[in-house]
Each structure stands twice: as C-alpha cells, then as structure tokens.
Unconditional design. Structure first.
Ligand SMILES: Cc1ncc(COP(=O)(O)O)c(C=O)c1O
Length: 415
C-alpha cells in the first residue's frame, strides 16, 4: 500500500535497485536525465520478468495445463493491480493492456472515433499535445469529416481556460487533453476540463503518459472517460501500455483489432466478442510485460506516489532555478511556483539543442534534444527544437549540477 507521506526519498538506497546507473563512460558517471522518454528498470521488475520465463512461461487463456493457468492468473491479476493503482473501481474490465500510450490513443480513435464522429462534430484538444494524440485525431478527423480545435496556451505555457470554455460546445464529441505536458511540464486541470466536456455531452480522453509515473492519479476523481499511459515510463518494461475506459463505454465500443482471444463464439458467418477487457486484447498479448507492470507498480507504490511527486517537483524547481541563473537560457513552460512536472525544456542562445545534447553526452549526461513529438508546439514557441532534462526517483541535485556544468562547457565551446 502506498506510503501517505512526502518524506524525502532515500535516493541512495533507490539507486542500488538500478544497476545501469553505475555505468561509466571513460571514467565519467552516467547522469540519466531522459526519463520522460523512458525510465530505467529496477531489479524487482527485471526479476519478475526472469521469474516468468524461468518459472511459468506459457500462453494465456488457452491452456488447461498448470503453466498456462499460472500465467493467465498472473496476467489477469496485473490488470486488477493497475485498476487499483489508478482508482478504477470497475477492476480489470476497465483496464486494457496495449503496447503503449500511442496504441491506447489509436484504440480509442479508431474503435470509438470512427464510429461516433461525423461532419459537424468536433474534437477539442490542446496546442501542447504529443503527436500520439494530435496525429491520431488528425487522421480520424480526415476520415470522418470531424473538425479539430485547439485550446491555446498562454505566455507561461498554461492552457487558456477562458478559451477552453468557448471552444468546448455542444458540437464537441471528444475532449482530448494531455495531463502533464512532456515538453512544457505544465500540469493541466484535467478534472475541470472533463467537467466542462461532460456539461456539453462530450467524452474526455486524458493522455497520462507523464502523469501516472510521477504523481498519484485517480481516474474516477478526474472523471476521465478514457485515460492512457505507458509502462516503460514508470519503471516497467517496454511493450506494455494501458487504456483505462469507463466500463459502459468500453462495453458499447466495437473492437479495434480482430483475431483469437477477443472472441467468445465464432461461426463461418459471424463472431461474438469476448468479455472486457479481452475484447480489446486480440492474439497473444504482452504477457511478461503485463505481469512486470504489476511489479513496477508495487515498486512505486512502496515508495509512495506522493513522495515521488514531491521529489520530482523538488528536482524540477532546482533545475529551473539553476538554469535560470543564465540569461542566455530560455526555459519553456510554467515556473515552479505555477506548478510543473519533473522536466525542464530549454534552449541556450548560442548552441543548437542537438549540439548541446551531444556535448553534454560527452560528460556522461543523457538528455533529449529535438521536438519531443510536439512539433506544432515548438512552431508556436518559435523554435525547431529544444533540449529537455527530465527527472525520476533516482536523480539527485548533484546530477543537475553536472548537467549545468556540462551546459557551461558547451557554452564555452561555442563562444
Ligand atoms: C505526453 C505523452 N503522450 C504520449 C506519449 C507516447 O508514449 P509511447 O511512446 O509510450 O506510446 C509520450 C511519450 O513520450 C508522452 O510524453
């Protein structure tokens, strides 16, 4: 059960669970600050995968034999554990395992959007969406004749809520909003937005890829109709993501992919779909990854998500302040006082983000450079790319100092 405290994390203790953090490059310690892309995997999660392959590797929902039963139970239990973690009282029936957030998004866009949207309908989203949602809605809009509207951001990188209230109307069928921006760090008022959408009879989809890993999330308190996230951004393995959906909505939706496992009865003429969530999980699913996602949740829950959030915010504030000491650095998104997630995207006047990333890499510091799958947002910010440092439970202030020193080196090189 989660520890309801914001006591500081014992980072040194946590780091021992991540052998990769001991890596050195030519005697320089690895400083891993690319956690918004993918987090590292702790030993208990790796052990869980090894245990599966050593002990009970078998296909699920197909065999009567003991291995298949053990694998099936563990895989099904993992769904329940995810449901508990995100406050989905409907249990496993409201939790579909996908490949990642992107696939969860596509599942909703195709299975719900293609059937429910048409000319005159609107999808309202935001200027800070990840391509996972933006590109997907674009395609579904093209195919259905629906329109997409974008809630603008203000100067500080926060949503213009007055505009949101204007844009969400009775024509809106879906509000699709990112919970925590992977570029700006903005934490969006998703519950308030979901309320506005519901007042107009629209559904609310929340992209929680950067939120579930970094803070307590309760999908029912938010009143999200759909909520998506990825295992690999929260100490879990790659290859497993989650789509939460309210049971009555998932029940009414047609499947997205077809095949074995998602059916109850098949004749030469027609097929009947399986119960939730299996209706949306055709073929052999991501068994070991799904089971290991439960281990990742146990790991984070042992630490306590309130403490994870406090640690993230502490590091974000420290990085923001340290980088702000330099006049030639522009940081995007809200100030720490306005509230921000555990990442900082920035540009330095004289150095292109890609060069910066390459130079700090020479000092063992791993950051991301590019558009972070938010090209339209970068267009709006007037830059092609930015550098992004993103933090997790095993990062320290000293590592942020190492980043700032490496940035100084880059500045001198390009002076
Ligand atoms: C906000 C946000 N949404 C969606 C995604 C897509 O996640 P995935 O690549 O795991 O599908 C990401 C990944 O960076 C993200 O940050």
């Amino acid at each position: 059960m989660s520890t309801q405290t914001t006591d500081p994390l014992d980072v040194e203790r946590i780091r021992q669970d991540f052998p990769i953090l001991q890596r050195q490059f030519d005697g320089t310690d690895l400083v891993y600050l690319d956690n918004a892309a993918t987090t590292q995997t702790p030993e208990p999660v790796v052990d869980c995968i090894v245990d599966y392959y050593h002990g009970y590797n078998a296909n699920v929902h197909r065999g009567i034999h003991t291995l298949s039963q053990e694998a099936s139970i563990a895989y099904e239990d993992a769904h329940d554990r995810v449901a508990e973690f995100i406050g989905a009282s409907g249990g496993r029936e409201e939790v579909v395992f996908t490949k990642n957030t992107t696939e969860s998004m596509n599942l909703v866009a195709y299975a719900w959007g293609l059937n429910e949207l048409g000319p005159g309908d609107e999808v309202v989203t935001t200027e800070m969406e990840h391509h996972a949602s933006l590109v997907t809605w674009q395609q579904v809009a093209k195919r259905t004749g629906a329109d997409i509207k974008f809630i603008p951001i203000d100067e500080s990188g926060q949503l213009d809520m007055a505009a949101a209230k204007e844009l969400i109307t009775d024509d809106t069928k879906m509000l699709s909003v990112v919970h925590v921006s992977n570029t700006l760090g903005t934490v969006n008022p998703v519950s308030e937005l979901a309320d506005i959408a519901h007042d107009h009879g629209a559904l609310a989809f929340v992209d929680g890829a950067q939120a579930v890993p970094t803070r307590p999330v309760d999908v029912e308190a938010i009143d999200a109709d759909f909520y998506a996230f990825s295992g690999h951004k929260m100490c879990g393995p790659t290859g497993v993501g989650v789509l939460y959906g309210k049971r009555h909505i998932l029940d009414e939706m047609e499947p997205y992919l077809y095949g074995g496992g998602m059916i109850k009865k098949v004749t030469f003429e027609e097929s009947k779909w399986n119960d939730l969530p299996w209706k949306f999980e055709p073929g052999t699913p991501n068994i070991s990854q799904g089971i290991a996602l439960e281990a990742a949740i146990d790991y984070l829950d042992d630490i306590g998500m309130e403490r994870v959030q406090a640690h993230e915010e502490m590091l974000a504030e420290y990085a923001y302040d340290r980088l702000s000491e330099h006049d030639d650095i522009e940081i995007y998104g809200p100030t720490p006082e306005q509230g921000r997630g555990g990442l900082v995207s920035f540009n330095i006047d004289s150095v292109h983000a890609h060069d910066l990333s390459s130079i700090v890499n020479d000092f063992g510091v791993a950051i991301r450079a590019g558009d972070h799958c938010t090209q339209p947002l970068h267009d709006k910010l007037g830059v092609a790319a930015s550098a992004r440092a993103s933090f997790y439970i095993y990062n320290t202030r000293e590592e942020i100092d190492a980043l700032v020193e490496a940035v100084d080196e880059a500045r001198q090189l390009f002076a």
